[in-house]
Design a protein around this ligand. Structure first.
Ligand SMILES: *[C@@H]1O[C@H](CO)[C@@H](O)[C@H](O)[C@H]1NC(C)=O
Length: 437
């Protein structure tokens, strides 16, 4: 008898004055579930819709896959509504005014994100609903959601994306359920993403027609901007430097021992490097993207500059080879390089030949007159000097050619380098202006 009393007392302490070992929660649950139909909308007047407050609290953006056009994020989806069948008087249950219930035992709204391709309920087995004694029901789920999203990559890597999530009921039309968004949208638990900056997270309410029924849609727009520093350091900056190097390389001074191949190789190596960079970039882009992303345009321009520079330098080498054919430096080249035309004090080879002929003739005819002969001999000495000059002229022509091409190389190198810098600056400026859109 004494032992029984003791056990009874222990029981009472343990279950907080429950009857027959049952807790107040179980009693409330039993009372509520007695005539509960979980497929019945929780309204007293069936012509009224169930009003549901939806509050998806964005926790973090996990992954933005531009190539696959998906967005993965983690959210805490909270929903609140009023269920008039879940009401009790707390005075009858020792003041218990709030209980937890298995979610599957009560009516639940079937609100989903229309764009979702997969949802991972992080704590599914723990999913309960919290019910207040006045019928106020709240549920919260921890979800890892992947949705499809149309990305516009034309400003990549300075792009801003706007992903719209459409929260909508699958089965209940606007007459049956009326969801509304919690204002303002909940960012209290948001964690920053390393690659993307969250610009805004807003909601708007729309209605849509499907199968003749009107449905309420809650749109949540996630606006994110990419942090471009990674792409600047790994793509833009190296491409710029490689192009600069190749421009300096192909216009660097050379001797005329046929280094043409070397310059071509230099140019081709640059193009190869650029092609690899371009491939890495296009791998990250959707295959069917409309238009070329900004970074792609930049790489293409760099490729263009490097190829034009290589072609021009090869052209210069070809022009330079003209000295071998005794060709004078063309006027446009002299003007372009600000070189004055060398005075042609020496006569041309044909003139010299004529002079020689003239001298022979004169010598022949003046054999009788020794005085005249001496004068002619003197004249011949001057001619000899001229002939020597003519020999040297070839050397000086070669000199002039190398000076001209050297200057031309330098001139073009500077032009191309400036063009490269301008392109880089313009691309960065366009990008930065797009960042703040
Ligand atoms: C995102 O796009 C939707 C529809 O395309 C638009 O209504 C909404 O205003 C946009 N959000 C932002 C923040 O630009």
């Amino acid at each position: 008898m004494r032992l029984y009393l003791l056990v009874n007392a222990a029981c009472c302490v343990t279950f907080c004055n429950g009857i027959g070992g049952k807790s107040q929660r179980m009693l409330i649950n039993e009372a509520l579930m007695e005539n509960y139909d979980r497929f019945n909308r929780p309204v007293l007047n069936t012509s009224h819709p169930v009003t549901i407050r939806v509050n998806p609290s964005l926790f973090s953006i996990i992954e933005v896959d531009v190539a696959k056009q998906t967005l993965t994020f983690k959210q805490w989806l909270n929903m609140y509504w009023y269920d008039p069948h879940l009401i009790w008087n707390p005075d009858l249950y020792e003041g218990v005014d709030q209980i937890m219930m298995q979610r599957s035992t009560i009516w639940l709204p079937d609100i989903v994100i229309v764009e979702q391709t997969s949802v991972d309920q992080v704590s599914d087995e723990l999913s309960v609903a919290k019910i207040k004694n006045d019928g106020y029901v709240s549920i919260a789920s921890d979800q890892l959601v992947t949705v499809t999203c149309q990305y516009d990559v034309s400003n990549f890597p300075y792009d801003t994306q706007n992903c719209s999530l459409r929260f909508s009921s699958w089965m209940y039309s606007a007459q049956e359920i009326d969801p509304y968004a919690n204002e303002p949208t909940d960012l209290t638990v948001y964690n920053e993403n390393g690659e993307w900056t969250l610009r805004s997270y807003t909601s708007r309410k729309r209605t849509s027609m499907a199968d003749g029924d009107v449905y309420v849609d809650l749109y949540y727009d996630i606006k994110i901007t990419r942090k471009p520093s990674y792409y600047i350091t790994t793509f833009i900056w190296p491409s710029f430097l490689i192009t600069c190097l190749s421009i300096v390389g192909v216009f660097s001074p050379f001797n005329d021992a046929g280094e043409r191949e070397e310059k071509l190789t230099m140019g081709l190596t640059t193009l190869l490097t650029m092609a690899v960079i371009l491939m890495i970039i296009t791998d990250q882009m959707p295959k069917s993207s409309n238009g070329i992303p900004l970074l792609g345009t930049f790489i293409m321009l760099e490729i263009g500059i490097a190829s034009v520079a290589t072609l021009v330098s090869v052209f210069i080498i070809y022009t330079h080879r003209n000295w071998m054919d005794d060709a004078p430096v063309p006027n446009w080249l002299l003007q372009l390089t600000c070189m004055s035309e060398k005075k042609r004090e020496s006569t041309s080879p044909s003139a010299i030949k004529q002079a020689w002929k003239l001298k022979d003739n004169m010598e022949r005819e003046s054999r009788s007159d020794p005085k005249l002969l001496v004068t002619i001999r003197k004249g011949t000495e001057t001619l000899n000097l001229n002939i020597n000059i003519s020999d040297m002229r070839n050397e000086s022509l070669r000199d002039q050619w190398s000076k001209v091409t050297h200057r031309l190389d330098l001139f073009l190198m500077i032009i191309f380098l400036i063009a490269n810098v301008i392109i880089c600056v313009i691309v960065m400026a366009i990008g930065n202006s797009k960042l703040n859109d």
